[in-house]
Write a protein that binds this ligand. Structure first.
Ligand code: AKG
Length: 291
């Protein structure tokens, strides 16, 4: 992994997102390919596996408006796997061992870092669904500023196969309601305000899309509004996301948010995140704490 530059750190802090071309080396890519294949296809019926193509069809039957107008036309799957890392040493190695945590601490200006888990996105060729613009904050049961995601593609990604877009500066916005991902509708029970119709009025927002290739990474802040286009191409689009929290983050059970699939019984509101579920993996004083 190459060094992170001061300019890149400044960019992240100013815009709430930074694109890092050619960050990762061949070794990392090989390990990430293996980890992706191992976790994504381990047990498709299992826990923490969301099939958004079927989910979208269900939502459409309930009368919900989706961003892809005809859900049945989707020929590809859109699978999302979340928080299985403890079962997969290959994922632990990517997320918790050097070099990623220290690089992330640099962006957040943090002296300690907990791992907040992984998420894998598999938008197969012909999976037409957009990932609706959203902030991560309302899905996460925590408070604080020092929380970010490192999003890494495993395929070349462009405007045809689900390129990621970000609203620059939106890390300074209030937290809005979590949505259903395939559409803008807030999840049932949400008490927060719905995000504006960004997909419909993109020119009114400072939206930046990043074409990307394997080896690149994009880091975004927990409140930065982001989403991706559908994949109408003949090329699959796979991506691996790692999430981290730093010094100022505390556990906060967020009412009206999706239930916390990784809820830690060890944590009360206001606690540091340190727990089996969200382990402290690095500090500036002690270095790496994982084996
Ligand atoms: O890959 C995608 O389409 C969505 C990614 C995302 O929302 C995230 O990593 O937080």
């Amino acid at each position: 992994m190459r060094e992170i530059t001061e300019d890149e750190v400044r960019h992240y802090r100013q815009h709430g997102v930074v694109y890092l071309p050619d960050l990762l080396d061949e070794g990392w890519l090989k390990d990430m390919e293996a980890a992706f294949a191992e976790e994504m296809f381990a047990d498709p019926e299992g826990l923490n596996h969301l099939d958004l193509r079927s989910g979208a069809q269900f939502l459409e039957q309930q009368g919900l408006e989706l961003l892809a107008r005809d859900s049945k036309a989707a020929t590809g799957r859109f699978w999302i796997r979340t928080f299985n890392w403890r079962r997969f040493p290959s994922v632990v190695a990517l997320g918790c061992a050097p070099p990623m945590p220290e690089a992330v601490a640099k962006f957040m200006g943090s002296k300690r870092l907990n791992f907040y888990g992984e998420q894998l996105f598999f938008k197969e060729a012909g999976s037409l669904h957009r990932t609706a613009f959203h902030q991560d904050a309302p899905y996460f049961h925590l408070s604080g500023e020092q929380c970010c995601t490192v999003w890494m593609p495993l395929d070349v990604v462009d405007s045809e196969n689900s390129m990621m877009g970000y609203v620059r500066g939106s890390h300074r916005w209030e937290i809005h309601a979590a949505n259903v991902f395939a559409g803008q509708a807030p999840i049932p029970g949400s008490t927060l305000a719905q995000l504006p119709d960004i997909e419909g009025r993109e020119d009114e927002y400072d939206v930046v899309y990043y074409p990307a290739k394997p080896g690149d990474a994009i880091v975004h802040h927990v409140r930065t509004v982001h989403g991706s286009t559908g994949n109408a191409s003949k090329r699959d689009r796979r991506a691996f996301a790692l999430r981290y929290v730093g010094d100022d983050v505390r556990y906060l059970e967020r009412e009206g948010s999706p239930p916390d699939s990784q809820k830690s019984d060890a944590l009360e509101n206001g606690d540091l995140m340190d727990s089996d579920e969200f382990p402290l993996i690095w500090t500036a004083d002690q270095g790496y704490l994982t084996a």
